[in-house]
Design a protein around this ligand. Sequence first.
Ligand code: NAI
Ligand SMILES: O=C(O)C1=N[C@H](C(=O)O)C[C@H](O)C1
Length: 269
Amino acid sequence: MASPTKVIITGAAGRMGKRLVSLVQESPNLQLAGATEAKGHPGLGRDAGDIAGCGPLGVSLVSDLATVLQQADVVVDFTSPTVTLGHLTLAVQHKRAMVIGTTGFSPDEMKQLRRHAESIPCVQAPNMSVGINVLLEIIGKVAQALGDDYDLEIIDAHHNKKKDAPSGTALKLAEALAAAKNWDLEETGVYARHGIIGERSSKEIGIQTVRAGDIVGDHTVLYGGPGERIEITHRAHNRDPFARGALRAAEWVVKQPPGLYGMADVLGL
Ligand SMILES: NC(=O)C1=CN([C@@H]2O[C@H](COP(=O)(O)OP(=O)(O)OC[C@H]3O[C@@H](n4cnc5c(N)ncnc54)[C@H](O)[C@@H]3O)[C@@H](O)[C@H]2O)C=CC1
Ligand SMILES: O=C(O)C1=N[C@H](C(=O)O)C[C@H](O)C1
């Protein structure tokens, strides 16, 4: 049997980090080689498995990724945009692969990410679930088949701790719809409506945000036409579909040449 892929989880005490640590521990193909948290985090020095709730794993949380990078093949990062870009710089310096799940990058940060990620094997996707990535393959075709009489709207619903809006997934869904319609999303994306805004133009993609309670992550693509509508909804019941996708990407990416990949590449879609 091949030796397991050695994985570092950054943000290991976060909502995604804890599930990633637990699922690495369950996989015979993966080994936890390190776990990091922010400077000053109360979990630093504690066992990552204890924090994740799966029992001790013999890996303590550290704050400096550089100190553990040498012992790993791949870094899996679900933190925040500036933190991720710092981790990416280190991964490039140490020639380690990376899986990036963080969302909320500004256009300029995305440019930086693309530039740096080209020099290592790197997977970046705002949603690592199989369901959303299959949805991304079909929503443009549905829009094309329905034609110009159908208005396009996207709704994302997430927990009240989420920092970015709209979700990274909602933006990716909007990009897929815009590409299928041959529209520029900069011109056609409508992110808020309020007051006397007049009739809806047929050439727009509405992208609406709901934040409430502990909703894990729901996305709906709505095609509204004369006398009927289609709604395609994906609901995550828990964070495991994202974490399983990220770990599948981690196993896959260490075997790839340098370059920036998406989940469609990982899943062979
Ligand atoms: N691509 C996907 O499938 C998914 C993406 N996400 C994205 O992942 C990101 C994280 O989401 P959550 O886990 O819900 O957030 P969270 O806030 O629960 O976790 C982030 C963790 O990163 C830690 N952190 C901050 N600075 C750090 C540093 N310098 N070094 C190491 N750790 C540091 C924080 O202390 C926190 O524990 C968000 O951008 C979210 O949108 C979330 C779920 C799925
Ligand atoms: O912050 C979250 O929780 C999630 N974020 C991702 C996004 O912004 O698209 C994916 C998922 O829906 C959960």
